[in-house]
Design a protein around this ligand. Structure first.
Ligand SMILES: C[S@@+](CC[C@H](N)C(=O)[O-])C[C@H]1O[C@@H](n2cnc3c(N)ncnc32)[C@H](O)[C@@H]1O
Length: 197
C-alpha cells in the first residue's frame, strides 16, 4: 500500500498547530479521533512535545496511519486505536480531544455519538478542539462551502456541513462551553471548547 496523502492537511496543519499550542498548552494526553492519513498527528506530535498524541480511526485507515508514523515516528505519538463513534471508545479519561473534518462526514446521529463519547472520556477542565467548516444562522460562510455541502449530500444525504448552533448545544449537554472560534484558511474554523471543572 502507498502512504495516503492529503494536500488539505499539508495546507492547514501549520495554522491548526498555532491554535493548538495555546489550546492544549496544559494538556498531557490528547486523543485524536478520525486521524485519516495521520499527517496531522505526525505534525502535531512533533511540535507539541509536552504531550502524548494518541491516533484513532476506523480500522480501514490504520494501515495508512501506520505508514505515516513509520516515516516520522515520535516517542509521544501512539499507533492508532480502533475508534468508531457508534461504539464504546477504547480509552480512559484524556486531557484533550482533537478531530478534523469528521462532523460533516458522519451522520447526525453519529455526531451525537461523538459528543456522548467526548462527555464520557474528556476529563473535567479538559479541552476539545474541532476543525472543519460550519454554518452560522443557517448560512454557509462562503459559496464554496455551499457547493461542498451539495457535493457531500450527493454522495450521502446524511452528510453535510453542520450548524454551529447545534454543535454548541450538543457540547453544552456534556458540560462543554465554546471558548474560542478561530477563522482558518479555506473557510474553515477551529472551535475550542472547555469542559467545566
Ligand atoms: C474527511 S476524513 C478527515 C481525516 C483527517 N482528520 C483530515 O482532516 O484529513 C473523515 C475521517 O472520519 C473518519 N470516520 C468516518 N466515520 C467514522 C466513525 N463512525 N467513527 C470514527 N471516525 C469516523 C474517517 O475514517 C476519516 O478518517
Amino acid at each position: 500500500m502507498q502512504k495516503p496523502f492529503s494536500q488539505a492537511c499539508e495546507n492547514n496543519k501549520s495554522y491548526i498547530l498555532n491554535t493548538l499550542k495555546d489550546a492544549f498548552a496544559t494538556c498531557a494526553n490528547i486523543l485524536e479521533v478520525g486521524s485519516g492519513t495521520g499527517q496531522h498527528a505526525v505534525h502535531f506530535a512533533k511540535n507539541l512535545t509536552h504531550l502524548t498524541w494518541q491516533t484513532s480511526d476506523l480500522i480501514d485507515n490504520h494501515q495508512g496511519i501506520n505508514l505515516c508514523i513509520d516515516d516520522e515516528p515520535s516517542d509521544n505519538l501512539k499507533r492508532p486505536l480502533v475508534l468508531d463513534f457508534a461504539k464504546p471508545w477504547p480509552v480512559e479519561l484524556v486531557d484533550g480531544i482533537f478531530t478534523a473534518n469528521t462532523l460533516h462526514i458522519v451522520s447526525r446521529p453519529l455526531v451525537e455519538s461523538f459528543f456522548k463519547g467526548v462527555g464520557l472520556h474528556l476529563r473535567n477542565n479538559g479541552t476539545l478542539c474541532i476543525y472543519g467548516p460550519f454554518k452560522y444562522d443557517g448560512e454557509f460562510t462562503s459559496p464554496s462551502n455551499a457547493q461542498f455541502d451539495l457535493w457531500l449530500k450527493n454522495i450521502d444525504s446524511n452528510r453535510g456541513i453542520r450548524d454551529i448552533e447545534s454543535i454548541i448545544s450538543l457540547a453544552k449537554k456534556e458540560g462543554l462551553l465554546l471558548v474560542n472560534d478561530v477563522d482558518m484558511p479555506a473557510n474553515n474554523q477551529l472551535l475550542v471548547f472547555k469542559r467545566s471543572a
